[in-house]
Design a protein. Structure first.
Length: 62
């Protein structure tokens, strides 16, 4: 069985985004919190890209 690489795994990126948001909410420093929330948004983008990539693979486009 072929192991999925995290780059292609939307669940991986959504988990990273959620963990980053949890960490951000625990911070008192607004600048650090804001930066981590931006990172979480980027993880969400990676998750969407992974989902799109997976749909294309299922449709036979890759």
């Amino acid at each position: 069985m072929k192991q999925k690489k995290p780059f292609h795994d939307a669940k991986h990126w959504r988990g990273r985004a959620e963990a980053t948001r949890v960490k951000a909410e625990s911070l008192k420093d607004n600048t650090s919190r804001h930066r981590l929330l931006k990172v979480a948004k980027e993880y969400d983008k990676l998750a969407r890209l992974a989902e799109k990539r997976q749909r294309n693979e299922v449709d036979g486009q890759f």
